[in-house]
Ligand binder design. Structure first.
Ligand SMILES: [Zn+2]
Length: 302
């Protein structure tokens, strides 16, 4: 039996065929994402050793790690560190810089890793081990962790959306020192002192200087600066807490351009310079910290 289609409907048949062809093409593309068609794009979102800057002074000293851009929309750390590595020199120890931890997120201005592969919409900073026996949950957090495990001290640059002094829901303008390491807490408090002496009197929203002051937070329940609920499993802060690693989470007020980029970059400059200055002037067991292999993590609240 031959079905005859009335002439007035025949043009719709063409449209239906085109639509079916598109659906078939879409299905083929979608299911091949884990094989080869998007392999190039998929790989480009994954951090590899070539993306990571490392210099070794050849002299004894700590391995310092700076991380920027774990959240792609918190841009100031990545922007600063990309420039920083062009001229930096060190005289002791090693320096490692992961300037743009979330490469595709940085391009797309998104917090999460945007991609069409199985790791789409992943928050790198929720995918670190949640216990000492646990593993990472995506290739980017896995690569970062390799360098974290090697490091003696980590500064991790993020951005909050407001000023913590006036909005307790935001961590903007805070430094969180990890867990029990006294050194992290001492250095964080030192940096905050310098930051608060140098707050820009001009602010685009006319927020008074005292409301833009920096605050110290601790993820150690024994610290007086501990804020309940701020230790979140899967973050790098939590991993360093359970691993007893010296770590400072830097939260610049900056998301959604809350402070101008110049102001944010100036603050990162102060943070890095006062951090390195501390290592160059403070001693441990008769040696300057900058000359000390394996920086100590001594429990600060025993
Ligand atoms: Zn962040």
């Amino acid at each position: 039996m031959i079905i005859t289609i009335p002439k007035k409907y025949q043009k719709y048949i063409t449209y239906i065929f085109i639509l079916i062809a598109f659906i078939i093409l879409f299905v083929i593309l979608y299911y091949s994402t884990d094989h080869n068609l998007f392999e190039h794009f998929k790989q480009s979102c994954i951090l590899n050793d070539d993306d990571i800057f490392q210099i070794d002074s050849g002299n004894p000293g700590p391995n310092i790690l700076f991380i920027g851009g774990v959240h792609g929309n918190e841009k100031s750390g990545a922007i600063y560190l990309r420039e920083y590595i062009k001229n930096v020199t060190i005289t002791t120890g090693k320096l490692t810089v992961i300037h743009t931890a979330n490469k595709c997120g940085f391009k797309n201005n998104s917090r999460l890793v945007p991609s069409v592969n199985t790791y789409r919409n992943r928050d790198i900073n929720r995918n670190f081990p949640k216990t000492l026996e646990d593993n990472t949950r995506d290739p980017n957090s896995k690569k970062i962790l390799e360098y974290v495990n090697d490091a003696d001290f980590i500064l991790d640059f993020h951005e909050g959306y407001d000023f913590h002094k006036i909005n307790k829901n935001s961590v903007g303008s805070t430094l969180t020192s990890s867990g029990g390491c006294k050194l992290s807490e001492d250095i964080a408090k030192h940096i905050i002192k310098i930051l608060n002496q140098n707050i820009n009197p001009i602010n685009k929203e006319d927020i008074p200087v005292e409301d833009r002051e920096w605050t110290h937070i601790s993820s150690n329940p024994k610290s007086p600066d501990y804020i309940s609920g701020f230790e979140i499993k899967g973050t790098l802060d939590y991993y360093c807490l359970i691993k007893n690693k010296n770590y400072i989470l830097v939260e610049i007020t900056g998301q959604n351009n809350k402070q101008e980029m110049d102001v944010r970059l100036d603050q990162i400059d102060i943070i890095i310079n006062s951090f390195l200055n501390y290592l160059s002037t403070v001693s441990f067991n008769g040696k300057l910290l900058k000359d000390t292999i394996n920086l100590p993590c001594i429990d600060s609240h025993k």
